[in-house]
Design a protein around this ligand. Structure first.
Ligand code: ZN
Ligand code: ZN
Length: 245
């Protein structure tokens, strides 16, 4: 049976060759199923010193200036990549080019990244929810699928815990002061009994300012969660002069 499955996989790969998750180049038969050689050179998880809260690379101190002047409801965030270039393109493909299966590649890396950085397990893996109409439009919520993949890799039990109850503007598009107001009361617990006393891991695709993750964490803590940690594929490094966004 195992050989049959493998044979079917190979035949499918001949008919529908794998493409690089970043640049969409057709990959050679039997090679790395996710990345072309050029992108594989560049798609590397963050190494070295990071902020102990948000996980952004920093040179000195142990907490970045962003995190030190904010009230944060989550203990820390695990973000395996900086949000730029190839990784940014791969996330774009996941969200807008109907390639949610690429999340499997990132889930493997996120899982070992978090474990290497001291993740001790969670009771529940949940996700930042979307408004139902937006989810219908896309067909899926990438953060929900990411949470499922992380649960499959043993990080905790998958469970939806939050609803998005308010339409919000894209956090990218508005000024910093407006962001907090934009998200206020945007999320609500589905069932506080499932949250009480639990250690929760909250999955999202991108950590931009942390406001969305923080608002979700606040909702979970107020509903009685013991602790919340956050896990994201990538973090926007605002100090990076090469960021093109
Ligand atoms: Zn590529
Ligand atoms: Zn930080």
């Amino acid at each position: 049976m195992k050989y049959l499955t493998k044979a079917i996989e190979l035949i499918l790969e001949l008919i529908y060759p794998n493409r690089c998750i970043c640049c969409d180049e057709v990959l050679e038969f039997g090679e790395d199923p996710w990345l072309c050689h050029g992108c594989a050179e560049k798609v590397k998880p963050i190494t070295g010193k990071v902020c102990r809260v948000c996980g952004v690379p920093i040179a000195a101190n142990d907490i970045c200036s962003d995190c030190s002047d904010k009230k944060l409801y989550f203990k820390r965030a695990y973000c395996a990549f900086e949000y730029k270039n190839e990784v940014r393109q791969a996330i774009h493909n996941i969200k807008f080019n109907n390639c949610p299966r690429y999340l499997k590649y990132f889930a493997d890396i996120l899982c070992s990244y978090a474990n290497d950085r001291g993740f001790e397990g969670a009771d529940i893996v949940t996700f930042v929810p979307m408004r139902p109409k937006n989810r219908r439009k896309r067909g899926y919520n990438q953060s929900e699928l990411l949470a499922k993949e992380l649960a499959r890799r043993g990080m905790g039990e998958f469970m939806p815990l939050l609803l998005k109850v308010k339409d919000t503007k894209n956090q990218h598009d508005i000024a910093k002061e407006e962001r907090r107001k934009n998200l206020k009361n945007a999320f609500a617990p589905i069932d506080p009994d499932k949250i009480k006393g639990k250690k929760i891991l909250l999955a999202d695709d991108i950590y931009t300012t942390g406001s969305t993750a923080n608002e979700c964490a606040k909702t979970l803590i107020k509903a009685g969660a013991q602790s919340v940690e956050v896990i994201c594929i990538a973090i926007v490094n605002k100090r990076d002069p090469n960021m093109d966004k």
